[in-house]
Design a protein around this ligand. Structure first.
Ligand code: HEC
Length: 368
């Protein structure tokens, strides 16, 4: 229940039974044309292995006619048990997903088509839709993708203004941070290009906790990251390099949210082993859920798994002074474009009549 840091684990029959294993990702700029890979483990990417334009968990059962990567992405929360589909026997969507994922597409499309205000919008906007029965799941996914692209584009940060020629857009500390980022601190070897991500995978050895992404034949509460997609041992514990615009607005950090501040995640990059050993559960600033506490940190007691993970922790980076680290933090803040807070777009009501969580406060940057 609730939005952002005001989310609660619920009470009574609404109590959460499990945490999701990964930190949800920021949505900024994901609709950019040169983004080809989404999710921490890259399980959705442009590609034509299955004849529909995307390499995804739905394989050849993704619908035809999806406009772009964000449209394809929009389908997955609808059919994920712990996101929107719910538990078996609770509704017909999850039952259908269990048979084969594409059995859910017409059920979901009919649910939207049955709501007159949505059907009218589709008929008005799309020349190939003349009646509610013409609405396909691809139309719905394309609408969601277009909305996310339009709403979460952010490219007017002080850094961008600087690159466009406004030499006053960055102060001296931010400039020092930028020079370190592209120079001695070597950040741009992974956070490269226009979107500050190589869209590739690297193991940083973040501290492990939470339910993990268990695998069919191995129920250890760990997250193998990219390996779960490729089954290649060199991808063990590797995660996609995040894009960094608006990163100051999206704490906590890393695929599991192990670090609550920019300073800590940067220090982790620079000396992963030391930071990993110094980490305590309080660093994650997890909302307290008393009935899950016994499983939240259980993996930390598994000495064999901890040794396996430790063996994959990368070597320390350059030794930077505290002032240099602070300038990197300042540079991260210079990647913020706070225009048009997306939360201000949350409508008071929606055509389905389902309740809308009220937004308690605006997004705001944690102080540097
Ligand atoms: C070896 C490639 C690599 C280098 C070099 C690198 N990063 Fe990262 N960075 C990553 C990856 C991969 C993640 C995500 C790790 C995870 O989730 O397990 C990440 C995460 C981050 C995050 C958290 C973003 C979020 O949304 O959670 C920040 C901030 C960050 N890096 C900044 C930096 C800075 C500053 C530097 C230079 C000091 C740097 N990175 C150097 C690969 C790299």
């Amino acid at each position: 229940m609730g939005v952002g840091t005001h989310r609660t684990p619920g009470t009574g029959s609404d109590k959460i039974k499990k945490r999701v294993p990964r930190n949800s990702q920021a949505l900024f700029n994901l609709g950019a044309r040169d983004i080809h890979t989404l999710f921490h483990d890259g399980r959705l990417a442009l590609g034509d292995e299955y004849g529909n334009g995307f390499n995804s968990p739905a394989e050849e059962w993704l619908p035809q006619g999806l406009d772009n990567l964000l449209a394809a992405q929009a389908l997955f929360p609808l059919v994920a048990q712990f996101e929107m589909a719910g538990n078996l026997a609770e509704n017909d969507v999850i039952g259908a997903v269990h048979d084969r994922i594409d059995a859910a597409w017409p059920i979901l499309a009919a649910r939207v088509a049955d709501i007159p205000a949505y059907a009218e919008h589709f008929i008005r906007e799309k020349s190939h839709i003349d009646s509610p029965g013409d609405i396909r799941i691809s139309d719905i996914a394309n609408a969601l993708g277009a909305f996310m692209n339009a709403t979460w584009q952010r490219i007017d940060t002080p850094f961008d203004l600087y690159l466009r020629g406004d030499k006053t857009a960055l102060n001296n500390t931010e400039l020092r941070g930028m020079r370190l980022f592209y120079g001695e601190a070597n950040c741009a070897s992974c956070h490269s290009g226009m979107w500050l991500s190589d869209q590739s995978f690297h193991a940083l050895g973040l501290p492990s906790f939470g339910p993990g992404r268990t695998r069919r034949h191995n129920l250890l509460a760990r997250d193998l990251g990219r390996l779960a997609e490729t089954d290649d041992i060199k991808d063990a514990y590797a995660f996609r390099t995040p894009m960094l615009r608006n990163v100051a607005l999206t704490a906590p950090y890393g695929h599991n949210g192990a670090w609550a501040t920019l300073e800590d995640i940067i220090r982790h990059h620079l000396d992963p082993l030391t930071m990993r050993e110094a980490w305590t559960p309080e660093d994650a600033k997890l909302p307290l859920v008393p009935w899950l506490q016994s499983v939240d940190f259980i993996i930390q007691q598994d000495r064999i798994e901890m040794a396996r993970q430790a063996a994959r922790v990368p070597a320390a980076g350059p030794a930077l002074s505290d002032a240099e680290i602070q300038s990197l933090v300042a540079f991260m803040h210079a990647l913020t474009d706070e225009r048009d807070d997306p939360l201000s777009l949350v409508p008071a009501s929606v055509p389905s009549g389902l309740p809308v969580d009220r937004v308690p406060q605006q997004l705001s940057a944690v102080s540097p």
